[in-house]
Ligand binder design. Structure first.
Ligand code: GLC
Length: 428
């Protein structure tokens, strides 16, 4: 299409490119856009949002691509595409931990010239996401959905056994034992054993949060003012806590093989009492195909004894590839996908947490996902994983250690030693 050609010429690395972008925005309106979405976060519902965009913007066509069922696998794929300066991908969804790395590599086109007053535009979003997407004054991506980790529990089973929602991990251990002992007794006649707790210990991105939850709950930070502030004692206790769940049978022996969506599937099949998971899971639990429909409660994650409850901040962002030949159309699409309308649509239809504060009080959102009414506080108080262009290395160090310790191939003490020296080399 000739309009694309002239646009990419205008954008070919000149200082004028952003002016050109704003100017051209009104005249160029149709394109075929290739969008990379996360396979884990309801691509079926995103497809409906893309269809809405196509209907409202005749002539535009969106081709969706998905791949890799976990954040780091998706990142691996995008790293390959971007390193090759591949222009076939126009728009991509990025985990909240990645904008800094993508910005440092120059892989996303900033939105500054198309969103007007940058501060005013970004201040409409929850501050954590405005912050994560603004790197050195450049808006490198726009929020797709918010996220945090929650404790999912079987409401029906806690009621049946007269057990309260645990506020600490010790309480959770006691509760899990009581319920699983009763439910797994031969007389209860279960087809498959009920697990007490499912969490993620596979060497995936989610395992970084697994490590950090009890670490943070002890009041410790991993990075302070850009410097590593690794507390060995707190780290050892974090590993020891997770390991204790396996050793006591509260979590299954092969927890080191469990990734985010495995937890979701096992809980959904009715095989788990307590599960640590992200918001998308709830929408799946509530489908007719789910064994736990209307039996699920959601609570803040337990704290360590004497500690405070804390969640891990998640979320995903839409970025425009700097190699896309459809810059104007891609930016326009992303602004649509990052609008209150689509945030509400994704909350209602996919239980993805809104990126706009007012949507946590929106009647349609609360009708579809009642517990979102109390989720805003959890999202806004959730702690962020370290922000650094070298996040890939930080993540790899933490998640492989979590995995080794939970697989039993490394002691918590040894894991902590190794982690500290490796992190010191990356985060000085
Ligand atoms: C969720 C979060 C994301 C996190 C991932 C880990 O998708 O939104 O931020 O990295 O889970 O599994």
């Amino acid at each position: 299409m000739s309009s694309h050609k002239s646009l990419s010429v205008l954008l070919a690395g000149t200082a004028l490119s952003f002016t050109a972008l704003t100017f051209a925005a009104s005249s160029v309106s149709a394109a075929e856009l290739r969008v990379f979405a996360s396979s884990q976060h309801r691509p079926d519902v995103w497809r409906k949002a893309f269809d809405m965009y196509e209907a409202e913007n005749p002539g535009n066509k969106i081709i969706m691509e998905t791949g890799g069922n976990t954040s780091e696998l998706q990142a691996q794929y995008l790293n390959t595409v971007m390193s090759a300066k591949d222009s076939s991908l126009d728009v991509m969804i990025l985990d909240v931990i990645r904008p800094a790395q993508f910005a440092a590599a120059g892989w996303t086109t900033p939105f500054n010239s198309t969103i007007g007053d940058t501060k005013a535009f970004m201040s409409k979003y929850l501050p954590a996401y405005a912050g994560a997407n603004t790197i050195d004054g450049k808006v490198v991506a726009l929020p797709a959905f918010a996220d945090a980790m929650f404790l999912y529990y079987r409401k029906d089973l806690l009621e049946k056994h007269g057990v309260a929602i645990p506020k600490t991990w010790s309480e959770l251990t006691v509760a899990a034992k009581k319920v699983t002992d009763a439910e797994n007794a031969p007389a209860a006649g279960r087809q498959s054993a009920l697990q007490g707790l499912s969490f993620q210990a596979k060497a995936i991105e989610g395992a970084v949060c697994t490590f950090l939850l009890p670490y943070w709950s002890q009041g410790k930070d991993l990075v302070t003012d850009g410097k590593l502030t690794f507390d060995k004692d707190a780290a050892t206790k974090s590993f020891a806590l997770w390991k204790s769940f396996v050793d006591s049978g509260v979590a299954k022996a092969n927890i080191a093989e469990v990734a985010t969506d495995d937890t979701r599937k096992e809980f959904q099949a009715g095989e788990v009492l307590f599960a640590i998971g992200w918001s998308y899971a709830w929408g799946q639990f509530q489908t007719d195909a789910s064994a736990v429909k209307d039996k699920v409660g959601v609570a803040v994650l337990p704290a360590v004894d004497g500690g405070k409850p804390v969640s891990c901040l998640g979320g995903w962002e839409w970025g425009v590839s700097s190699y896309s030949k459809n810059q104007v159309e891609a930016q326009k699409l992303v602004q649509y996908l990052s609008s209150p309308k689509i945030s509400e649509f994704m909350a209602v239809n996919a239980s993805l947490l809104p990126v706009f504060p007012e949507l946590y009080k929106d009647a349609d959102v609360l009708k579809a996902v009642p517990w979102f009414g109390s989720a805003q506080e959890i999202v806004t108080s959730a702690k962020a994983r370290p922000v650094t262009p070298r996040y890939n290395e930080v993540s790899e160090i933490i998640r492989t250690t979590v995995n080794a310790v939970l697989a039993g191939t490394m002691t918590p003490e040894k894991g902590v030693e190794q982690m500290e020296s490796r992190l010191q080399r990356v985060l000085r």
